[in-house]
Design a protein around this ligand. Structure first.
Ligand code: GLA
Length: 409
């Protein structure tokens, strides 16, 4: 297979993005500020965040670009390189209703930042902005392009408008925008993974009490590879919210047998086994995934800390099976990618990442075997599907930042 041409560096892409704002929106480049917010890949804890469980994601070196230029009036103009249609509105008339388009993400964040406190207009002194969005993260592929846009917007607006928000306030605004404005009942994992990123580390986040720590990973011994099925999924399309609802119903049915439990994560496996017959079969399958995934995620953490990558990978592949059979969020393309990966020498394990239904799989690979694993997955996938999927090594990232042209702040 022919190697793809080397991608331009992130810094070169961010400089191009500065120029792109001027090309698209006119004016001069002098006061354009450029920002980057990463995406994330989740390694362990599939669909556990909204069940109060532990998750282990990492930010990745792909994400959202924002070019921002202050205006003299109070108009906010938002455009994207990925969509010909943007939006324009006054700072005193931030849209109240979602449109079903990409602009809902930044508009939702801006509503949170400007109106979140409930006060009518505490920001009368702010000036409008021209904003151009873009990036190098596949959209709708399970790599959290939506949280990347939301955290990136909160970070950039905080800087440009000098709102003085700390990182957790930015993360909260991003989360509230997705839940309240876009209407996806997502858990806390994605904005936390992006907002609290630390290079060379995975984030261990306990979604029950929001405590977290950074776990060091030796990336010279463990490569994170992402394979894109090319089948897009639509998170807000209902299936995700349906899973959230089913988990809630399963918890409500089990909670009377374990009165101290406050979320599905708390339900003990033995108790679940004893009472699963009382649940509708579909709810029992959803709960089975959550209960077993909590155990797997703790085992994965132990394997990571022990440097046992074979055990770590085996646990990851079991997660995929559980997401496929019990949680039913996989697809034939994702299963094919996982099958192809796990039969290749040097691949420790693989699973779908993100919500599922399409998008990407993640593979843990021995760095010495990356080229062979990539080739095997591409060859097998293209033999069955007729085209070659992108399969690439992703690196970690330091989180949202401003690119000043010389240094990152
Ligand atoms: C999506 C959601 C997350 C999480 C994952 C599944 O990415 O946004 O909150 O629930 O799915 O693990």
């Amino acid at each position: 297979m022919v190697d793809p041409p080397a991608a331009p560096s992130l810094h070169a892409q961010l400089e191009q993005h500065r120029a792109a704002l001027v090309a698209r929106m006119g004016g001069d480049p002098q006061h354009v500020r450029v920002f980057f917010a990463p995406g994330r890949v989740n390694l362990f804890g599939g669909h556990l965040d909204y069940n109060g469980g532990p998750v282990m994601p990492t930010a990745i070196d792909r994400g959202t670009f924002l070019a921002v230029r202050p205006r003299v009036d109070r108009i906010l103009r938002l455009e994207s390189q990925l969509d010909s249609q943007g939006i324009q509105f006054g700072l005193d008339q931030v849209p109240k209703d979602r449109s079903g388009r990409w602009v809902d993400y930044p508009v939702g964040v801006i509503r949170e930042l400007l109106l979140g406190s409930g006060s009518p207009s505490p920001h009368a002194h702010l000036r409008g902005l021209d904003v151009l969005y873009g990036g190098n993260l596949p959209v709708g592929a399970g790599l959290s392009s939506s949280a990347s846009i939301c955290v990136g917007t909160a970070f950039a607006m905080d800087r440009v408008w000098e709102l003085g928000l700390d990182r957790m306030a930015q993360v909260s605004a991003a989360l509230a925008a997705e839940r309240n404005f876009v209407g996806v009942q997502c858990g806390i994992m994605d904005p936390y993974a992006i907002g609290l990123a630390k290079p060379g580390h995975l984030l261990w986040l306990d979604c029950k009490d929001q405590s977290y720590e950074h776990l060091a990973v030796d990336f010279s011994a463990l490569a994170i590879v992402v394979a894109n099925s090319g089948v897009q999924r639509e998170l807000a399309a209902g299936e995700f919210n349906k899973r959230v609802q089913q988990c809630k119903q399963a918890f409500e049915a089990l909670q009377p047998y374990q009165p101290g439990a406050t979320c599905l994560r708390d339900i003990e496996q033995e108790l679940f086994e004893r009472h699963r017959g009382r649940l509708q079969p579909v709810l029992a399958r959803r709960a089975m995934h959550v209960v077993s995934e909590v155990k797997r995620t703790f085992s994965a953490r132990a394997a990571l800390l022990a440097g046992d990558y074979s055990a770590l990978g085996a646990s990851m592949t079991k997660t995929h099976q559980s997401l496929r059979d019990d949680f039913e969020v996989s697809s034939p393309e994702l299963d094919l990618l996982v099958d192809a990966a796990t039969e290749a020498e040097g691949c420790f394990g693989s699973r779908l990442t993100g919500a599922g239904f399409g998008g990407c799989t993640v593979l843990l690979v021995d760095p010495a075997h990356v080229p062979q694993v990539v080739q095997h997955v591409q060859t097998r996938y293209s033999a069955e599907k007729g085209w070659v999927p992108a399969v690439e090594v992703f690196h970690g990232d330091q989180g949202p930042r401003e690119w000043s042209g010389a240094v990152e702040a």
